[in-house]
Design a protein around this ligand. Sequence first.
Ligand code: GSH
Ligand code: FE2
Length: 356
Amino acid sequence: MLIFRQLCDPTSSTYTYLLGDRATGEAVLIDPVFDQSLRDAALLDELGLRLALAIDTHVHADHVTGAWLLKHRLGCEIAVAKAGGAEGADRYLSHGDSISFGGRQLEVRATPGHTGGCLTFVLDDHHVAFTGDCLLIRGTGRTDFQQGDARALYRSVHSQVFTLPPDCLLYPAHDYRGLTVTSVEEERRFNPRLAQGIAEEDFVGYMRHLGLPHPKQIDVAVPANLKCGRPEGREEPTVQSWAPLTLTFAGIHEIQPAALEELLDRVQVVDVREPDEWSGPLGHIRDATLVPLGQLAERAPRLDRERPIVTACRSGARSAQAVVILRKLGFDRAANLAGGMIRWRASGLYAVGGKE
Ligand SMILES: N[C@@H](CCC(=O)N[C@@H](CS)C(=O)NCC(=O)O)C(=O)O
Ligand SMILES: [Fe+2]
């Protein structure tokens, strides 16, 4: 079974694609974004996937790739186009190459034009393709920088994308209106720059007059991406380090019961259950403070700002919302007790008033 996820970086309107093979747990990410590496790592973890490869469709001009960070945090390899000129990759891809993950393959097609090294990746069944900035939904990548070449782009689309089956779904690297997917047939009929009947000359004229401002990040992004996103002083996204925390795909910092038990003297535990639960059979953690969730916003100013907060409840759900509320109120160091008092007790940890 194929696992497929389309992820968005709202800042640059970039789509990152996760493809995983359920049988082997092996996955690839296409066009990961530097600033989203924690999100991507959390999703891989929650889906039980091991990242084998981070792949870029091209040397991006508008965001820094997450490839280097993912390699150094998760141990994956990096694959980029040979023609893109980036250094530091483990695999250099050319037209006709094949990328395997588990039992599945992506076919590599060279589709230059937006940049000289643009690649399109076609899934083995030819029903899904990732077009990077070659073909966008009812648009194309621009051709006015990074070896851009409108004629090459026109030919790439016609020879490498429009030759796929009409119902092949196309997933681009960007969409600036929030559109997510298109198909070969749709683009052949309705793409305003490339639909049937539009000649190469028409396309070249269209592209010459796009008149787009350069991407805001271009001066930072291109040099970084030519090194596969190596940070070189750029601040790396990190999970908070005041405790052994994990960041969930939902965006919540979490701590496991055994780790909290070790830290009880250094953090304040805020139990957001109702009073009857606090004195009920699950008991409560020693030195915890009871602040029912409904009163948290009002009573938060009385919490100690110097000590990190761990929130707790019965199952870990209400306390996750408590973390969100505390963050909004400026408590930067707040994490959720994963699994709540149920997991705390199941881990054999002591609870005041807890029934055996
Ligand atoms: N406003 C965006 C512009 C991004 C941009 O120029 N994107 C390139 C892809 S890297 C493109 O081809 N855009 C096509 C379009 O906007 O129609 C930014 O500053 O990042
Ligand atoms: Fe691009």
